[in-house]
Design a protein. Structure first.
Length: 299
């Protein structure tokens, strides 16, 4: 049954005149929508007033308390891969409104205007420290990074491309979970991406899952938690249901750090907490090690 759903998946999305972006191009420079607005930004962690240029210099982390600000998908890719190597794929793949959900088209259009993206994830090929990789980044600004049919399809295609090309896959997650406007079709993406990851595993291709704030719901319950290596940014929320729901279900109070990256590290759910300033270096080391050992080449 899962194989049938996997093979029929393309009927729930729409593709433009070509499957890929028309030409190779580097990730565009950070623009206003990807960075804190105005000349000064107040830190949500410690309350410090920070210059926007200073934030950019520190990769949008607070130099006072190390609070990590949310950033857009393109900015995420730009600060991670080798300059000028990113080539976007499946750029025209967008959601339809298969269930006729009221005002869904309007919400999609609003998200497109706010982020400059057509969907809640950007995928492509690039190089990281000279190693060819497939990379994806979910955008928390696009309907809270929710996973609908097009998001799931883009991610599944990135996994398929990684398996076929024997390139490691690096995927940054940031999501509120399944997109409710697409109902069961959104939930199906959990199975679809998990099947694609199984094919990657059979091809012995490395998958690095990078958890950013927040990663919850169906995304956390599927591909985000299935990485060969799982790293997370400091303080990132990583869990399925929200804190209040869990407390009501368990009928007991939870620790203050519940569902944070540090809590998940302590309980064995992730492998390492990595500051954004060290993320590129850490990911580069991981792909180089596994490439040198033949993992990324199916040996």
């Amino acid at each position: 049954m899962l194989k049938d759903l996997f093979n029929r998946r393309r009927q729930y999305v729409t593709v433009g005149t070509g499957e890929e972006a028309p030409e190779a191009r580097p990730a565009r420079p950070a623009v206003e929508r990807d960075v804190p607005k105005g000349l000064v930004q107040k830190c949500d962690g410690c309350g410090a007033l920070l210059l926007a240029k200073e934030l950019q210099k520190h990769l949008y982390t607070c130099p006072e308390c190390n609070h990590h600000f949310r950033i857009g998908a393109r900015t995420r890719i730009e600060i991670t891969v080798d300059e000028g190597t990113f080539r976007e794929i499946d750029a025209r793949l967008t959601s339809t409104n298969p269930l006729g959900f009221p005002q869904y088209e309007e919400k999609l259009e609003a998200a497109m205007r706010a982020t400059g993206l057509l969907e809640g994830v950007v995928t492509g090929e690039a190089e990281l420290d000279g190693v060819p990789i497939v990379i994806g980044a979910m955008d928390p600004g696009f309907m809270m990074g929710s996973m609908g049919s097009a998001v799931g399809e883009r991610i599944a295609r990135a996994m398929e491309r990684a398996a076929e090309s024997k390139r490691p896959l690096v995927l940054f997650t940031a999501s509120g979970g399944a997109r409710m406007q697409e109902g069961i079709l959104s939930l199906m993406q959990m199975a679809k991406t998990s099947v694609a990851l199984r094919r990657m595993a059979e091809a012995r291709v490395l998958f690095i899952s990078v958890i950013t704030h927040p990663t919850t719901g169906g995304v956390s319950a599927s591909f985000a938690s299935l990485g060969d290596v799982i790293v997370a940014e400091p303080g990132a929320m990583f869990g399925f249901a929200g804190r209040r729901v869990v407390e009501q279900t368990m009928r007991q109070s939870l620790p203050d750090d519940f569902q944070t990256a540090e809590f998940n590290l302590k309980h064995g759910m992730i492998d390492k907490v990595v500051h954004r300033k060290q993320m590129r270096q850490t990911l580069g080391a991981l792909v180089r090690i596994h490439t040198a050992r033949g993992w990324a080449h199916g040996e």
